[in-house]
Design a protein around this ligand. Sequence first.
Ligand code: ZN
Ligand code: ZN
Ligand code: FE
Length: 765
Amino acid sequence: MIPQNVHKTKLQRLRVAIRGAVQGVGFRPFVFHLADEMHLAGWVNNSPQGVNIEAEGQPEELQAFLLRLEKEKPAHSFIQSLEPSWLDPVGYKNFEIRQSELSGKKAALVLPDIATCGECVRELFDAGNRRYRYPFINCTHCGPRFSIILNLPYDRTNTTMGRFRMCARCLQEYGDPSDRRFHAQPNACPNCGPQIYLWDDKGRMLADKEEALNQAVASIRSGKIVALKGIGGFQLLTDARNAEAVRRLRQRKHREGKPFALMYPNLDEARRDCAVSPLEERLLVSSEAPIVLLERLGTAAADDAIAPRNPYLGVMLPYSPLHHLIMADLQAPVVATSGNLSDEPICIDEQEALERLRGIADVWLVHDRPIARHVDDSVGRVLMDRELVIRRARGYAPLPVTLQEETPPLLSVGAHLKNSIAMATGKEVFISQHIGDLETAAALDAFQRVISDFETLYQAVPETVACDMHPQYLSSQFARRLGQPVVEVQHHYAHALSCMTENELTAPVLAVSWDGTGYGLDGTIWGGEFLRIDENGFERFSHLRAFALPGGEKAVKEPRRTAMGLLYEIFGEKMFAMDLAPLKGLDQEKRSILNTMLRNGVNSPRTSSAGRLFDAIASLAGLRQEVSFEGQAAMELEFAAAKIHTGESYPVRKSEDGIDWEPMVRAILEELALEATVNEIAAKFHNTLVEAIVQVAHDCGLEKVILSGGCFQNRRLSERAVLRLRREGFHPYWHQRIPPNDGGIALGQVMAVVRSKMGVAAQCV
Ligand code: ZN
Ligand code: ZN
Ligand code: FE
């Protein structure tokens, strides 16, 4: 039924959008010769913001091309941002330099913050340079942007550097077209620019300048916790090799099990603890400089308290001069986690940081350059030889996604967890930095600030506002209060549209939209959805069989409740007599409460959530009964499967209630009785879900299958689904630049409105 065409799946198109000093330096001829030498077809052109490249070839060749682009670029060029996307081939015959794009309406572009360039790092450590060891060195190629801009146009007076008057020497560089600092808005030197200070917990100055740095480094060495005012907000730093210090940080920050990110002094040090592939190396040293999830080596010296039970470490390299100075002095990795309490937005102001981080940090390393807005560290990983941005913030925000069509000004407010918002104007959709979970007053405040911020920056008055269908999401309630026309977009449809957009797909497609929670069209909680998307909207083609979540939100924190909900569907109250991991240690009173809840359906919402199914199986297998952060049980189930290479799976059944997990659960119970290992069960569970996807794909009969939603952050699930779908003749797509989790919802909401303006119902058919 589905044509098998090996060539079609092998040949790929790589698009690279490069921003920076890439015009008038021979960049296009360089790209042309490189592509020609490598026998790639496609084109290169100048755009208002930089250079765009499309190249077609075999994936391995394109990967080599991508790496060589940066390594061999012309001497006077500089890359401030590089975003690769992998798309379907269109059949280019040769390589050409195309006419420059003369885009009609040019939206003012705000650049993200750019990691310190090699030239500035060299000067930073050159004893003869006038900026030797100056923590705010930067140039036109690097330094803060988004985190210092107050208003457009991007002039010094419109940034938080406006308060610093350049000295004669800085002013001369700034005005000299031949200088690397010509019109570098944050240009500064030790004589005229910002300075650092070390404070105690009362805000009393302990030291300044070099002495502040020395004492901060000494504090880290002695196991203290340093609150560092960085680029987009405060970070908490402590010695990663000091298990006691790491545990203290966990305790004080109320962060039990969630992994901490690490900053290594350099790539070589990172390699001692982690495996780093060429593509991962590219990402680590890129101008975006995100946290990259790397597989840790068995010999990793990092303490287990950093990322408990986790085979990956989140690693970044120094990206600001201040980080370079600290890490060069320390020569050892530090935990570098966001300066906040649990999941609140990070602090950006030193007085605020003093209040909110009191009791967590021991000393505060601050400076007098204000931060205009919070921008967290971004998180990415390499999945199936492609980059996957999991958290879009520093280095990426607020770069736009470009659409095929113009849209009227439009605001979308995202979902509830991992919130980000988007503003569409013209052909561009500007996606905000990661805001976080809208659970606290502080987060909601940040959310509203980002929206008014975007309205100011892009001078857009939205005509329509898009939000999630969930009646209780604070973001949706906010949208309705604005008094503009509101379009409510179903959560999993938004996930699917974001994935379709970045892969430039047209309907029809089958979307596998799997996550923890989303409000469904029927008022129940969805999360294991198969949506058939066509020109007319979408249809819920299939879904996982629903089950009850006794306690609702409480079940998210306690996977054992989810497991009981699942078992109750099969066995009813007989379940309570079974000798199973979720029931262990549960007293009679709790059993009877849960029984009543399940029997009467009280406070037990029904869900088809794939994320919750992961939780339930993790609980059944005895892996984890309670979690300290969302997704913890599912992650551990993924990691448990990693060691097992099997193609075996459990049976699934199609029923009126959807894809039925009952035969699988029964098989798992039998295997548990035979003392199968958690690892085997975890591996077969992943395989089973993949086989369910393949089965539905066959039923649906569409060639294009997209994988979206938080569940597809799971490497095992994603890789196997792609492999199996390809083998069965389907064409799978997944996320690259836009997070598969709820961080991508805002873009999907925009697309739902764009589609509805084109005559497609925004919600359903
Ligand atoms: Zn520089
Ligand atoms: Zn100066
Ligand atoms: Fe979601």
